[in-house]
Design a protein around this ligand. Structure first.
Ligand SMILES: [Zn+2]
Length: 74
């Protein structure tokens, strides 16, 4: 079975950059505001804080998953 459609790497990067700059992003294909969801937040007892942000286009259902690493030092 096919996975859900996805963005090209170029589109995905555009979404990431827009989200980083503005705190929200529009779908590069549909020009509609993408929905934001937070995933995780330490509720799984993994021993490290990791925040994920998931942007989903309500129209074409393509999504971009962000790995926001916070509090790490490297
Ligand atoms: Zn879309």
């Amino acid at each position: 079975m096919a996975e859900a459609a996805s963005f090209t790497p170029v589109e995905e990067r555009a979404v990431r950059e827009a989200y980083a700059a503005q705190g929200h992003a529009d779908c590069p294909r549909c020009a509609v505001r993408m929905r934001e969801r937070s995933i995780g937040g330490g509720s799984f007892g993994l021993g490290y804080a990791r925040k994920r942000e998931w942007l989903l286009c309500p129209q074409c259902h393509r999504s971009v998953l962000f790995d926001l690493k916070r509090g790490t030092r490297n």
